[in-house]
Every structure is written in structure tokens, then in C-alpha cells.
Design a protein around this ligand. Structure first.
Ligand SMILES: Nc1nc2c(ncn2[C@@H]2O[C@H](COP(=O)(O)OP(=O)(O)OP(=O)(O)O)[C@@H](O)[C@H]2O)c(=O)[nH]1
Ligand SMILES: [Mg+2]
Length: 493
């Protein structure tokens, strides 16, 4: 693997670390929590629910400090970085609680600091700790995450990987137009802005098609092609992979040389700062995975998700020998891999969902060598949008979930209006986790093969109960308390 840390990069990170120490941001009383996940995985909802439950003293029986009533107060405070926008917590909560709508896709980075005042469980702890923990959380568009692996890839490797993925059966059709255009391009010809732009646009159109495809493909880099932030139209975004990279095509002035230079500029000006300022400073990490979406779409999407997860987790390997190891100012000592949206299944399937995600992450965990870090897997829902019930069908009693499906969601012929509550039988997940990766044997019933495993619909956020004195209660969840215990419980001991 090519070494990517240059002297300047390392010096900058060392400087950041020093500056943070000086500013007291790295005190033992601070945790920087990374909430990571591909786009639509549930990061913004998770952060909102996390903060809401702590501030409102939500029902968190498995979060020990809360159960033991050792938390005196949790409140939002001024965030440490002045140059980063604040996470719009109040707006997101108002949307979830008052309007019962989910937040919009995140378009830019934002940050939040939650301060928890607590009483230490031990006399020793009470003597030596301030009883205050600041939790810093960063939210960003999920697309940007897939850029991190680019830091370890040359332009030639990036091009090679992009074409290799583009011809896989699930992407072949979506990438056809871009590949056809790329095949007509002479990489050794003099560089030309119009050609560069046509290629970049065709490539971006393919990435967008993947994102919107019903097969629920995980996104591909470069992330800013999908979520440009403030970089729309800049040269650092006007490049694309080329089909055959040859050293002799790369002479100065050629199209290939131009593409390569812009790819490197993208890494230097977009990916590295994002990594350095946000990812390299993390202490703990939750990786959210929307396995439901992939399961619904079938084995190709599941494998695609596994590929994406492996690439991402590879960037967080805190053990020695990882290609980004030297970049980490802190050592990430806990990583939680969480399957979100478990409320779309009956609880009988939660353990199966957890097993599937464990299986999904297995290869990534093995490859990433997380020695020295605790890694846990959990099936959860940051916001529980459903209740459970049973429905009698003939002699059978079926376990169902009850909620308000979003407007225009459908099951069979039925289309929902976004207002009425409905009971849904979501289906069972398979007992053997490995089966979600497998296509049925050739010759088996084809129609059945395409039938999704689970049949989930998206629900509106729940209607919150109000207590007798009119106070809205905290957002309901599934196993959010377990996540909290793993992520910060020990820091409040
Ligand atoms: N039922 C249920 N749905 C959820 C939950 N969390 C997220 N969702 C759904 O997933 C969608 C995406 O959630 P977000 O939190 O916006 O996802 P994100 O990771 O921030 O996405 P980007 O900002 O696009 O990267 C929401 O609009 C909801 O439909 C959950 O706990 N339960
Ligand atoms: Mg978001």
C-alpha cells in the first residue's frame, strides 16, 4: 500500500493535537463520538435521538448511569469548533416530534456538544473526576465517507476499481452510457476542458443512478459528486476514471495527466481536510448500517453493502499497520456496528438482524485488524416508529407491527395516505445469516427467488405521549440504551 502520509500531513495533525491539548479539548472529560454511516443509514436521526433521550431522561434501563440516577443534568453547550456549523438539533427534533417527519438528507457538516453532569459511581471517582463529560458529535453527508479509502489509492488504482465495479451485473446497465463515452476517449490526447467535463458529468450521472436505483446499491466515491457541498463546478470535481491508464499517456499536457492532477487535488483539498479535521480526532465510533434496505433488495445489494462496509472499516483500523494509522491523533478504542431501523421488524427477528449484520461485518473486522479496540454489533432503532401486536388469520396468530406508513408507501395494491395506522406483517429474517448473500440454486423457482425476504414499509415518526402536565416524553427507541452504555457508559463510571 502506498504511503500517503507526507511530512506536512503528519505535522498538521501533530499541530492539531497540540492545539487541542492547549485548548483543553482533549481533556479526559471529552469524548469525540463519530457517527458514521452511508447515506440514509440514519446518522441524523440517531444523533437527535441520542441527545433527546439524554436531555429528557428517556427510558434507558440498560444505560447504567441513568438507571442508577447518577446523571444530574445533560444539556447542549457551545461546541468547540467555531468554523463548523452547529447541528440543528432543535429543528430536527421539532420535525420528528411536532411534524412527525424525518429530517432531510444532510448536505454539509455540522457539530454538537452535549455536556453530561454526573456523579461518579465510586468514592475514588468522585474524588478525582470533575463529574462532567463533554460529548462532541459530528454529522455529515454519508456520501463523503466513501472518500476515505481514496486516500490510499492512486489515480490508476481508483480508475481500475471504478471500472471493475461498473461491469458487475448490478451496475453494468447503469454505467453503460458512461463506459461507452469513456471508451471513445484518447487519454494521451492533449487535455481539454470540454472532454473532462463531459466525462465527469457522465460519471456523476452513473453514480447518481446507482444511488437512486431501487436495488439499494451502496454509493461509490467520489462522494462530492453526489453531495458537492460548496464545491459544485470546481476543477477538483471535474475529473473521472479513465479505462486504460498507461504511464506513457501521463506525460504533461495530456488528458490523463490532467485527470490525475485533479484527482490528487480532490484528495488534497477535499478528502484530507475532512479526514484530518473530523475523522482522525475521534475517540469512539458508531457505524450505522441500513441492512433492511439491502435485505429487501436481495443478495446483490447485500454483497454491495458488505463491500462498502469493508472499505469503510478499513479506514478505522486502529491497530498498527493500517494505512491511515499514523493519521489518528487519538486511538479509537470502541467501535459499535449498529443495524438501524430494527423497528421495521417484529422483535422476534431482532437477534436475526443482529446476526446478519455481524456476518456482514465479519470479513471487514477480520481484515481491519481492530486489535486493541472493542467491537460490538447491535440491532437497534434510534427512533421507534412502530408498536407490536398480533393479528388472527384463520387459526394462526401472526406477529405484526403497527404504525403510520409514510404517504405513498405501498404493500401490494394498497397505497397509504400517511395518516392512517396500519398493521403490517413484515416477514421473518432467515435463521441462517449466510443465506442472505446467496442467490438461489439455478433451476429453483425463479419467481420465488426474486421475492424479498422482508417486506418493510417506511413509517412516519411515532406520535409521542404527553405526561399529565403536558410535557412530551422522550422519543421511543429500541436498544438505544445499549448503544449508549457501550459508547459512553464507562466514561461516566
Ligand atoms: N423506522 C425508522 N426509520 C429510521 C430510523 N432512523 C432513520 N430512519 C429512516 O432513514 C432515513 C434516513 O435517516 P437519516 O438519519 O436522515 O440518515 P443519514 O444517515 O443522516 O443520511 P444522510 O444525511 O443522507 O447521509 C429517515 O428519513 C427515516 O426514513 C429509525 O430509527 N427507525
Ligand atoms: Mg444526515
Amino acid at each position: 500500500m502506498a504511503s500517503l502520509t507526507t511530512f506536512t500531513d503528519e505535522a498538521l495533525i501533530a499541530l492539531d493535537t497540540l492545539a487541542e491539548r492547549a485548548a483543553g479539548l482533549m481533556s479526559p472529560g471529552t469524548v469525540r463520538l463519530g457517527v458514521t454511516g452511508l447515506s440514509r443509514a440514519g446518522k441524523t436521526v440517531f444523533i437527535s435521538a441520542f441527545v433527546h433521550n439524554l436531555i429528557h431522561g428517556g427510558r434507558l434501563p440498560l444505560f447504567e448511569p441513568q438507571k442508577a440516577r447518577r446523571i444530574a443534568r445533560a444539556a447542549l453547550e457551545e461546541q468547540p469548533d467555531d468554523a463548523v456549523p452547529r447541528f440543528q438539533y432543535e429543528d430536527h427534533v421539532a420535525a420528528l416530534v411536532d411534524d412527525r417527519v424525518w429530517p432531510d438528507s444532510t448536505r454539509a457538516i455540522s457539530e454538537l456538544r452535549l455536556t453530561i453532569e454526573y456523579e461518579s459511581a465510586s468514592a475514588w471517582g468522585r474524588l478525582f473526576s470533575s463529574g462532567k463529560l463533554a460529548v462532541d458529535i459530528v454529522d455529515y453527508p454519508g456520501e463523503w465517507l466513501l472518500d476515505l479509502p481514496l486516500l490510499g489509492k492512486s489515480y490508476a488504482e481508483f480508475s481500475h476499481d471504478a471500472f471493475e465495479l461498473a461491469v458487475l451485473p448490478v451496475r453494468e446497465e447503469l454505467s453503460a452510457e458512461w463506459r461507452a463515452l469513456a471508451a471513445t476517449i484518447d487519454a494521451s490526447a492533449p487535455s481539454d476542458e470540454t472532454t473532462a467535463r463531459r466525462l465527469a458529468e457522465a460519471f456523476a450521472a452513473y453514480l447518481k443512478a446507482c444511488k437512486h436505483d431501487e436495488r439499494a446499491l451502496s454509493t461509490l466515491p467520489p462522494g462530492r459528486f453526489l453531495m458537492p457541498g460548496d464545491l459544485d463546478g470546481s476543477p477538483a470535481l471535474t475529473f473521472a476514471p479513465l479505462p486504460s491508464i498507461k504511464a506513457e499517456h501521463g506525460r504533461s499536457g495530456s488528458l490523463q495527466a490532467m485527470m490525475e492532477r485533479r484527482y490528487e487535488a480532490y484528495k488534497t483539498h477535499v478528502v484530507k481536510p475532512f479526514f484530518r479535521e473530523h475523522i482522525a480526532r475521534l475517540d469512539r465510533q458508531i457505524v450505522l448500517v441500513d441492512a433492511m434496505q439491502a435485505l429487501n433488495a436481495g443478495p446483490d445489494a447485500v454483497r454491495d453493502l458488505e463491500r462498502a462496509l469493508t472499505e469503510i472499516l478499513g479506514c478505522f483500523r486502529p491497530g498498527r499497520g493500517g494505512f491511515l494509522t499514523d493519521w489518528f491523533a487519538h486511538r479509537i478504542d470502541r467501535i459499535l456496528i449498529a443495524a438501524t431501523k430494527a423497528d421495521q421488524l417484529h422483535h422476534e427477528s431482532h437477534d436475526r438482524l443482529q446476526a446478519i449484520v455481524r456476518r456482514l461485518a465479519d470479513r471487514a473486522i477480520a481484515r481491519a485488524n481492530f486489535s486493541g479496540a472493542d467491537v460490538e454489533v447491535l440491532a437497534m432503532a434510534a427512533v421507534r416508529a412502530t408498536r407490536e401486536g398480533t393479528v388472527k388469520q384463520g387459526r394462526e396468530t401472526l406477529p405484526v407491527i403497527i404504525g403510520t406508513p409514510l404517504a405513498d408507501e405501498t404493500i401490494g395494491e394498497e397505497r397509504f395516505d400517511g395518516k392512517s395506522e396500519t398493521a403490517v406483517f413484515p416477514g421473518d429474517l432467515p435463521e441462517r445469516p449466510g443465506s442472505v448473500f446467496e442467490h438461489p440454486e439455478p433451476g429453483s423457482d425463479k419467481g420465488k427467488a426474486r421475492e424479498p425476504l422482508v417486506r418493510f414499509v417506511r413509517f412516519r415518526p411515532p406520535k409521542l405521549e404527553r405526561s399529565a402536565d403536558g410535557v412530551t416524553l422522550s422519543l421511543p427507541h429500541i436498544r438505544l440504551d445499549r448503544a449508549l452504555q457501550f459508547l459512553i457508559g464507562d466514561r461516566l463510571a
